[in-house]
Design a protein around this ligand. Structure first.
Ligand code: ARG
Length: 620
C-alpha cells in the first residue's frame, strides 16, 4: 500500500504543475510545527531562483491550484513561503479503512527483495552466556524479523565461537583433573564414550578456572596453546572432547535463547569455516595480495584517504596458526559459496569495528565478496550498570544472562501481583511475557551504537517509554474490544462483567444504560470515520504512518525508531482513550468506527512488537 507521505507528495506535485512550476519542488516533510499543520513543503523557497519570484507568491499560486483538493483540508502559506498542509479528515479515514482491511496493515513487501545473512548472537561455547552477548541476540533477532516482515529472505546465523584458545584451556584443565580419560591416552584406538565427561555446570566452572590459571602459570598456558593447536590439527581425542563441549554447550545455549525468544536458522560455527582456509590463502598468495611480513602472511588494506591507521590483515601467524580475521574471511568464502547472499550483516560489539573494517576491505580487495554484495556492520554499545560501568552482579562478577532474566521476571511478578488484576496462577506466565518486553524494549529503544544503562526499575515500569507500557496499552485495547464483543453477544449491559484491565473501573462506569441491540457480528468490519476530535486525528495520522516508520527503521538498521513509533502511537492512543467515551457512545455507527480504529491500533502495536521480538499477554 502506498505511503501516506507519497499520496501527499503526489497531490502537491499536481498543485505545482497546475500552477506552472516544476514538480521537483514538491518535496514534503512532516511538519516541525504540529500546532500549525501536519505536513509542510519548503519548495517555494527553492523555486525562487528558477522563477525569479517571491517564494510567498509561488506558494500562494500552489495553494490556489490546490483549492478543492480532496487530499487536503487546508493548504496555507506561512512565513517566507512555507506551504502548510492539513490532510482532509475524510481522506485519512479512507486510508485507514483500507489499511485496516489489509492483512499486511499497509506494510507491503519490498520490490527489491534481498537475501540477507545476519550474523548475530556469537556466543562462545563452554562460556556461560553473559550480558555481553545479550545485545547482539536482541538486536539481531529484531532485524531478522523486521527484514522478513518486509519480504526479504533473511538467514540468521549464530556463528558460534568454537575454535579459539578457550577450547585448549578446557582440555588442559580437564586433563589435570581427569588424566585417566581415554581422550588423553595416546594409545587409545577404540570408540570414545557417547556421554560427555562433564555437565554444563562443570564446564562453566572449568573454563574460568583454567582461564585464571593460564594468566599466572606460563607453562600451563603453553600447554593450553599446544592443545588448541593439536585440536586444530585434528588430534583424535581432542576432537572427540571438543564435540562433547559443543554438544553440552549448544543444548544449554538453545535453552537460554528460547527464553529470550531468539532463534537461529543456522548453528554454524568458526570451525565450519576452517576447511576453506587453505585454498583461500593459496589464492590470495597466487593473486599477489598476500605477502610475508616478518614471518606472518598479511594483506594490506589501508587506503590513501584513511584518516586513522588501518593495519594490514594478518592471515597466518609465523607459526602458521590462523586468527579471528582468517576465520571471518573464510566464513565469507563459505557463505558466498553456500548461500550467495545479497548482504551479510554483522551485529557485533562496536569495539570490533576495526576488525570488520579490515575483514570487509580484504574480502573486497581479494574478490571473496563482489561489489554488488553489501557488507554491513552494526556495532552496538555496552550495557552498563547504574554506576555507568559495564553491567556486573552485585558482587562485581560477570552477570549470567539466566540470572538477569530471572531477576527481571521476579521484579515483574511483584509489580503484577501488586496490581492485583490478574489471578495468581496467571501471574507467573504473565511476568515472563512482560519481563521479556522490559528487557528487550529497554535495549532496543536505545540507538544501538550507544551505551545504555540497564535500570531494572525503569525498564519494568508500566509508565514511560518502556515495554510494559506498550503491552499495557495493548491489553487495555483488548479489554475494551472484548467488552464490546460481550455487549454484542449479550445484547445487554455488561458493565459488571468486565475484568482484566487494571483500569476497567474507569470505563465500566460509562457502560451504564447502554443496551446495544445492533446485530454486528464479531468479524464484520465497519469503516473508520473521519476524526471527531484533535486527539483522534493525531492518533489516526500516527497509524497512517506505520508503513513509513517500519521501512525506515529497517533500512536504517534502527529498531529504536520502531520503538519510538509505537511509544508515540501508545501515547496518542491513551490520549484519545482518556478523552473519548467509546463504549457508551450512542451513535452506533460512530461507536463501530471507533472499535475499528481501536482494533487497528491493537494490530499495529502487536505487529510492531512482533518485529521487535516480543509479544503481549491477554491480560496483565
Ligand atoms: N564470538 C565473538 C565474541 O564473543 C563474536 C562473533 C561475532 N561474529 C563474527 N563473525 N566475528 O566476541
Amino acid at each position: 500500500m502506498k505511503m501516506l507521505l507519497a499520496i501527499i507528495q503526489q497531490e502537491l506535485a499536481v498543485g505545482f504543475a497546475r500552477a506552472g512550476y516544476d514538480e521537483k519542488y514538491a518535496g514534503v516533510t512532516i511538519s516541525n510545527r504540529p500546532d500549525l499543520c501536519e505536513y509542510q513543503c519548503n519548495g517555494a523557497m527553492a523555486a525562487k531562483k528558477e522563477y525569479g519570484k517571491a517564494p510567498r507568491e509561488i506558494a500562494q499560486d500552489v495553494a490556489d491550484a490546490l483549492a478543492g483538493s480532496d487530499v487536503f483540508s487546508e493548504v496555507s502559506v506561512a512565513g517566507p513561503g512555507f506551504i502548510n498542509l492539513k490532510i482532509a479528515d475524510s481522506k485519512l479515514a479512507e486510508y485507514l479503512s483500507i489499511m485496516a482491511e489489509d492483512p499486511e496493515l499497509s506494510v507491503s513487501p519490498v520490490y527489491a527483495k534481498r537475501k540477507i545473512i545476519i550474523d548475530y548472537g556469537g556466543p562462545n561455547v563452554a562460556k556461560p552466556l553473559h550480558v555481553g552477548h545479550l545485545r547482539s541476540a536482541i538486536i539481531g533477532e529484531s532485524l531478522k524479523r523486521m527484514g522478513r516482515r518486509l519480504g526479504h529472505e533473511v538467514i540468521g546465523d549464530i556463528h558460534l565461537g568454537d575454535w579459539g584458545l578457550q577450547m585448549g584451556l578446557i582440555m588442559t584443565e580437564l586433563q589435570e583433573r581427569k588424566p585417566e580419560l581415554p581422550y588423553f591416552d595416546e594409545n587409545y584406538t577404540g570408540d570414545y564414550p557417547e556421554e560427555a565427561p562433564f555437565t554444563i555446570s562443570e564446564l562453566e566452572e572449568i573454563y574460568p578456572a583454567a582461564s585464571a590459571r593460564s594468566k599466572e602459570d606460563e607453562a600451563y598456558r603453553a600447554r593450553a596453546l599446544e592443545a588448541t593447536h593439536m585440536l586444530q590439527e585434528g588430534k583424535r581425542g581432542y576432537r572427540a572432547l571438543w564435540q562433547h563441549i559443543i554438544n553440552v554447550s549448544v543444548t544449554d545455549l538453545k535453552k537460554n535463547y528460547e527464553k529470550l525468544n531468539v532463534s537461529f536458522d543456522l548453528w554454524k560455527s568458526e570451525s565450519d569455516a576452517q576447511p576453506y582456509i587453505p585454498d583461500m590463502v593459496q589464492k590470495m598468495k597466487d593473486d599477489g595480495f598476500a605477502y610475508l611480513d616478518q614471518g606472518a602472511l598479511v594483506v594490506d588494506v589501508a587506503k590513501e584517504e584513511d584518516t586513522k591507521e588501518v593495519p594490514p590483515c594478518i592471515l597466518l601467524k609465523s607459526d602458521g596458526a590462523s586468527l579471528y580475521t582468517t576465520t571471518d574471511l573464510a566464513t565469507l568464502v563459505e557463505r558466498m559459496k553456500l548461500f550467495a547472499p545479497d548482504e551479510v550483516l554483522y551485529v557485533v560489539d562496536k569495539r570490533q569495528e576495526m576488525h570488520f573494517e579490515q575483514v570487509f576491505r580484504c574480502a573486497r580487495k581479494t574478490g571473496i565478496v563482489p561489489e554488488n554484495v553489501r557488507l554491513s556492520f552494526l556495532g552496538f554499545g555496552t550495557m552498563n550498570g547504574k554506576d555507568g560501568k559495564p553491567f556486573k552482579t552485585r558482587e562485581g562478577g560477570i552477570m549470567r544472562l539466566e540470572t538477569l532474566i530471572a531477576d527481571i521476571n521476579q521484579e515483574m511478578y511483584q509489580k503484577i501481583v501488586e496490581n492485583r488484576s490478574v489471578r495468581d496462577k496467571d501471574a507467573d506466565d504473565t511476568a515472563k511475557i512482560v519481563g521479556l518486553s522490559a528487557l528487550k524494549y529497554g535495549d532496543l529503544s536505545n540507538q544501538a551504537s550507544k551505551d545504555y544503562i540497564f535500570d531494572i526499575d525503569r525498564f519494568t515500569s508500566f509508565e514511560g517509554n518502556t515495554g510494559p507500557y506498550i503491552l499495557y496499552t495493548i491489553v487495555r485495547i483488548k479489554s475494551i474490544l472484548s467488552r464490546y464483543q460481550e455487549e454484542l453477544s449479550d445484547g445487554q449491559n455488561v458493565s459488571g462483567a468486565a475484568e482484566g484491565s487494571a483500569d476497567s473501573a474507569s470505563q465500566a462506569t460509562e457502560n451504564s444504560g447502554v443496551a446495544e441491540q445492533n446485530a454486528q457480528t464479531a468479524d464484520s468490519f465497519a469503516a473508520i470515520l473521519p476524526a471527531a476530535s484533535d486527539v483522534e486525528k493525531t492518533l489516526q495520522l500516527q497509524l497512517a504512518r506505520y508503513n513509513e516508520a517500519y521501512m525506515n527503521a529497517f533500512s536504517d538498521l534502527a529498531p529504536h525508531r520502531l520503538c519510538a513509533y509505537i511509544y508515540e502511537l501508545s501515547n496518542n492512543f491513551n490520549s484519545f482513550y482518556h478523552a473519548t467515551k467509546i463504549l457508551s457512545e450512542e451513535n452506533a455507527e460512530q461507536k463501530k468506527a471507533w472499535i475499528s480504529l481501536l482494533d487497528l491500533t491493537r494490530k499495529v502495536l502487536e505487529d510492531a512488537i512482533d518485529g521487535l521480538g516480543f509479544s503481549a499477554p491477554e491480560r496483565m
